[in-house]
Design a protein around this ligand. Structure first.
Ligand SMILES: [Zn+2]
Length: 236
């Protein structure tokens, strides 16, 4: 077996994903996209700069949105997972509303992509014990939080799954190399809008993906499979 199995995921279904996907395809990397279909329109919404301070933006940049009519075309070669219908945050809304959002997004994705989508990513990293129990009961197989661990086997429950790091972590390559020496699983995440429309930041992402793809000791896997392996390791 390869020394390290690597998974990544990206949140929110933003239009800047299209640019990142070209990089992933060029390096034959696998990825999972965590989508909230209820916050998308039928048509694509293009990324744009706005005046900071007027509604939510990332340093004045908004990543746009992949339209519902285009979702299958954009993400068809990758895995997709529920990120709630309208990005409902556990602990910030009624529990029933959160659960409805989590399940509605999954059902929409399973109908649209005609395959099981049992993954989940916690919107805004909000996690509650009640939601963990109910997502598990509803058949979700993992839920990615926004927490980090240096070794993935530090996770106690894959429904509250901490990754190794964010894709822009300064020590990204160190963490990756450490994962080889540790449990042999490496997992990172992010939002493509964090690269805004700066080509140099996409070049940096390209360099990281290439570094892993060129590594003879590495193999890309889907998050759902990483969670399965990790679950087995945790149960030992
Ligand atoms: Zn999100």
């Amino acid at each position: 077996m390869k020394k390290v199995r690597v998974a990544m995921c990206w949140d929110d279904g933003v239009f800047t994903d299209v640019k990142a996907i070209a990089i992933f395809k060029a390096h034959k990397a696998k990825a999972t996209f965590n989508l909230c279909p209820g916050s998308a329109q039928n048509e694509d919404v293009m990324p744009r700069w706005v005046m900071a301070g007027q509604g939510w933006s990332y340093n004045g940049f908004i990543g746009g949105k992949v339209g519902l009519d285009n979702i299958r075309k954009v993400y068809g070669d990758f895995q997709v997972a529920s990120h709630c219908w309208k990005h409902e945050v556990a602990g910030n809304c009624q529990h029933a509303e959160f659960m409805e959002g989590a399940i509605k997004a999954r059902e929409w994705l399973e109908n649209t992509f005609q395959r099981p989508c049992t993954g989940f990513a916690w919107p805004c990293g909000g996690v509650t014990p009640e939601a963990i129990a109910d997502l598990k009961a509803a058949g979700f197989t993992y839920g990615r939080s926004t927490k980090n661990v240096s070794d993935l086997t530090e996770n106690k429950d894959v429904l509250d799954l901490a990754s190794n790091c964010h894709f822009m972590a300064r020590d990204f390559i160190n963490r990756y190399e450490n994962a080889k020496k540790n449990c042999g699983l490496f997992y990172f995440w992010g939002h493509t809008y964090e690269m805004m429309d700066y080509d140099r930041l996409y070049d940096q992402l390209d360099a990281k993906i290439k570094y892993i793809s060129d590594d003879a000791e590495a193999e890309w896997i889907d998050v759902v499979d990483l969670a399965k392996e990790l679950q087995a390791k945790i149960q030992g």
